[in-house]
Design a protein around this ligand. Structure first.
Ligand SMILES: O=C(CO)COP(=O)(O)O
Length: 256
């Protein structure tokens, strides 16, 4: 269960949220081995989050929302994979639809960023997903598998085996319009089939595939009940620690 905070919370608010989240999960005796929980704060919060998680030996993982494809140098405003690795990040989101839409990130750039993440031992959370027009044209499965294949260009099977893939239909992000569990399953299954076709069935079976888009405590259990959905990438609901803790504890819910 990964929480993408997007551009929310300063470093003090971040520390409060992480503390509250850790307490909620600890109180409920959350089994972190069964359900890993990660937060993806803004860059400016990472040092505070690292200090808290390391200092208090919290079982939470953390990562960043983006990275540069470059190693170092004259790239004003950019953050390198080396910098994120040095801060102890486990994960980095790559190719989020908001990066693709507002920052012109292409499949080729997403691929270069995946390569950069692997250079520094970061586990990428590769985001794919279709917009409303594509969904209406019913070409969403082909659209998503094409995005996936393009993003994975020239990566080794060993690298792909460790990647996390997040299916996030753009029309369901921040809109309150959650895809049905069947919608999530359809594309997550197609992602796994594509991985089996490109690599092997055993690799495909081992890759973690997440769903993202208006996930809340009230709808997470139905989504998680789907065979090919292994977790969720949560936006808005992840900046409410009680709600996010409840999402992480989806196994306790009785709504399925
Ligand atoms: O974009 C998302 C996570 O990366 C989903 O955002 P919401 O959960 O706010 O719809």
């Amino acid at each position: 269960m990964a929480g993408n905070w997007k551009m929310n919370l300063d470093h003090q608010q971040a520390a409060h949220l992480v503390q509250k989240l850790a307490w909620s999960l600890q109180d409920a005796k959350h089994d972190f081995d069964a359900v890993e929980v990660a937060v993806l704060p803004p860059f400016t919060d990472l040092r505070s989050v690292q200090t808290l998680i390391d200092g208090d030996k919290l079982k939470l993982k953390f990562g960043a929302q983006d990275l540069s494809q470059h190693e170092a140098g004259a790239y004003t405003g950019e953050i390198s994979g080396a910098m994120l690795a040095k801060l102890g990040c486990s994960y980095v989101a790559v190719g989020h639809s908001e990066r693709r839409e507002y920052h012109g990130e292409t499949d080729a750039l997403v691929n270069a960023k995946l390569v950069a993440a692997f250079r520094h031992g970061l586990t990428p959370i590769l985001c794919i997903g279709e917009g409303l027009e594509v969904r209406k044209a019913a070409t969403h499965v082909d659209h998503c598998t094409a995005q996936l294949e393009a993003a994975l260009t020239d990566l080794t099977a060993e690298q792909v085996a460790t990647i996390v893939i997040a299916y996030e239909p753009v029309w369901a992000i921040g809109t309150g319009e959650v895809a049905t569990p069947e919608d999530a399953q359809e594309v997550c299954a197609a992602v796994r089939d594509k991985l089996a076709q490109l690599y092997s069935q055993s690799l495909a079976d081992g890759v973690r595939v997440l769903y993202g888009g208006s996930v809340k405590a009230a709808n997470v259990a139905g989504i998680m009940a789907q065979e090919d959905v292994d977790g969720a990438l949560v936006g808005g609901a992840s900046i409410d620690p009680a709600e996010f803790a409840s999402i992480a504890r989806y196994r306790d819910h009785v709504t399925r």
